[in-house]
Design a binder for this molecule. Structure first.
Ligand SMILES: [Zn+2]
Length: 235
């Protein structure tokens, strides 16, 4: 259930900065990627909330009656509490994606703690429930980062299906690339933990139409044959 999928994991060379950015690496402690449950898909969205695209995404998820997991930036959440409440009220899972999206592989421990603590506190104040999941910005981490996340009551989460949706203008291409990965994971007996971006860490008003449309294409393709889950289903 906590296994990473990277072929390099455990290869012996995965130590240092390379390992700290490798999604499947387990060198720095176990994190949730996806369990051995083919047919289960977790849609996860990073870097929001985004005033324009998060509401559009919520409408699409509601239309398909599917729950997703949103890894929010604390700074963006604090500025848009109503939108955060809307995400939670719709039944989606809310996770912590740090306050300001630093690379935590090279951030001192006291600041890591403050980034995570302040974000969890803000989210909890807005939605009235503790935050149970943390995804490190850029997938970057080191042992202390996961330890701090656990001390704050959160399970670290990575992913196993991602493409460059933040820079790819074609929703079709994003969706096709992810479908190839999802189908490959299923053939290997794995669930898919899919990352898309409804926000942008560099730009609060990032244009995310391609990512949101790609999410809709995934829903149309898999809604009848697969089970969409939030990360709560995997702990
Ligand atoms: Zn991010």
């Amino acid at each position: 259930m906590y296994a990473g999928l990277g072929a390099a994991a455990g290869a012996g060379l995965a130590v240092g900065a390379y390992a700290s950015l490798w999604p499947g690496s387990r060198v720095f402690g176990a994190a949730i990627a996806a369990p051995a449950r083919p047919g289960e898909l977790a849609l996860t969205f990073d870097d929001g909330p985004n005033a324009t695209w998060t509401p559009r995404l919520l409408d699409i998820l509601a239309k398909h009656q599917v729950g997703a997991t949103f890894f929010l930036l604390g700074s963006r959440a604090a500025a848009q509490p109503e939108l955060v409440r809307r995400i939670a009220t719709a039944g989606h899972t809310i996770g912590n994606h740090s306050w300001s999206h630093p690379n935590l592989a090279c951030t001192r421990a006291s600041r890591v703690r403050e980034e995570l603590r302040q974000t969890s506190q803000t989210l909890q104040q807005i939605v009235g429930a503790p935050v149970k999941f943390f995804r490190p910005p850029f997938g970057a981490r080191r042992p202390v980062v996961f330890r701090i996340a656990r001390e704050l009551g959160m399970e670290p989460v990575l992913w196993n299906a991602m493409t460059s949706d933040w820079s790819e203008p074609s929703a079709d291409r994003i969706a096709k690339d992810l479908m190839k990965k999802i189908d490959g994971l299923e053939r290997r007996g794995r669930a898919a933990n899919i990352v898309l971006h409804d926000g942008g860490h560099l730009d609060a008003a990032a244009h995310r139409e391609p990512s949101i449309t790609a999410a809709e294409l995934l829903l149309e393709r898999y809604a009848k044959s697969h089970r969409f889950v939030t990360l709560d289903a995997w702990v």
